[in-house]
Design a protein. Structure first.
Length: 294
């Protein structure tokens, strides 16, 4: 007999306990729909609230970058160590095993190369393809103050609209032209514009002075960009400082894959980001893991 027909009233509705209404763990993300929050939770770890992203999308404008000549050999072994991977659909389909369960942050802008004006980008991925690949987020460069500023902002807002249609968050990357000042004032401006115009999270550079104000004035999570290769201790210190000042994670490329021991470096960065390990200790960890590998 079906339960409905039995007329039994033995259910326990726990009427004395209010229904749980948990806020989502990420800054500025409470008003997002379930699918978008779920995708963000593939990038940011719900237990720490932070993310270690590995950026390998450099080839979309500069070809086979040092350390990325063979992603099958250099990057695939690192996959279990990153929460999310930022890359192009070409590298994803050709090289990344579909058994990878971390978040995919898909490079969705392109159209310029290092041989020309970098800010002259277009949207380079159809949203249908992003859905087909079941990515966790799509990402686009925003060139505030650059030659094609307005076009790059429009790329972002268009992707935000498409992302809302299918529940895919947008990561805006604040790209800095060669001649532009990299200070907190500039990054406050750039990050705030990206968030105001709808990006669900923003990638930006660390600055020695005032990074906390960049984070504080941005209503969505900020992930710290890695930038050019630094000595390991400097990269770990930069990541630790960014986390201490409120960043929700890091998205590092060259400082990982150009390191002498990329897997060891990634593990050290994980400790800094998720467990707030002091940089000196993380450096010791890096060195001992590197030594073990020999
Ligand atoms: C472009 O600016 C991209 O975001 C990069 O290709 C990449 O993500 C940069 O990573 P990193 O500076 O840490 O090597």
């Amino acid at each position: 007999m079906a339960e409905w027909e039995s007329g039994k009233e033995a259910k326990n509705f726990h009427v004395d306990i209010p229904y749980e209404n948990r806020p989502f763990f990420l800054k500025g993300a409470n008003a997002l729909d379930w699918g978008m929050q779920n995708r963000l939770a593939r990038v940011f770890r719900p237990d720490s609230g932070r993310a270690v992203m590995l950026a390998i999308d450099h080839g979309y404008f500069q070809g086979p970058t040092t350390g990325l000549e063979r992603c099958d050999l250099n990057i695939v072994p690192l996959l279990p160590l990153c929460d999310a991977l930022m890359l192009t659909r070409g590298m994803l389909r050709t090289t990344i095993p579909s058994s990878f369960t971390g978040g995919i942050v898909l490079r969705a802008s392109g159209g310029s190369s290092i041989l020309k004006e970098l800010s002259d980008e277009q949207i380079a991925v159809d949203i249908d393809d992003a859905c087909r690949l079941d990515v966790a987020a799509i990402t686009v460069q925003v060139f505030i103050g650059g030659k094609f500023e307005s076009q790059s902002i429009h790329n972002m807002t268009r992707l935000v609209d498409l992302g809302y249609r299918y529940g895919i968050p947008v990561l805006a990357v604040t790209a800095v032209g060669k001649d532009m000042v990299r200070d907190a004032r500039y990054f406050r401006l750039a990050c705030r514009i990206c968030a105001e115009l709808g990006a669900q999270f923003v990638k930006t550079y660390y600055v020695e002075t005032g990074f906390d104000t960049v984070v504080a004035s941005c209503p969505v999570p900020i992930v710290m960009a890695g930038g050019k290769k630094l000595p390991e201790i400097d990269a770990l210190t930069m990541a630790a400082n960014a986390i201490e000042q409120g960043a929700s994670g890091v998205d590092m490329g060259r400082n990982i894959f150009q390191s002498d021991a990329p897997a060891a470096m990634l593990q050290a960065v994980r400790k800094v980001v998720h467990e707030k390990m002091p940089p000196r200790e993380a450096l010791d960890l890096y060195r001992s893991l590197k030594e073990k590998k020999r």
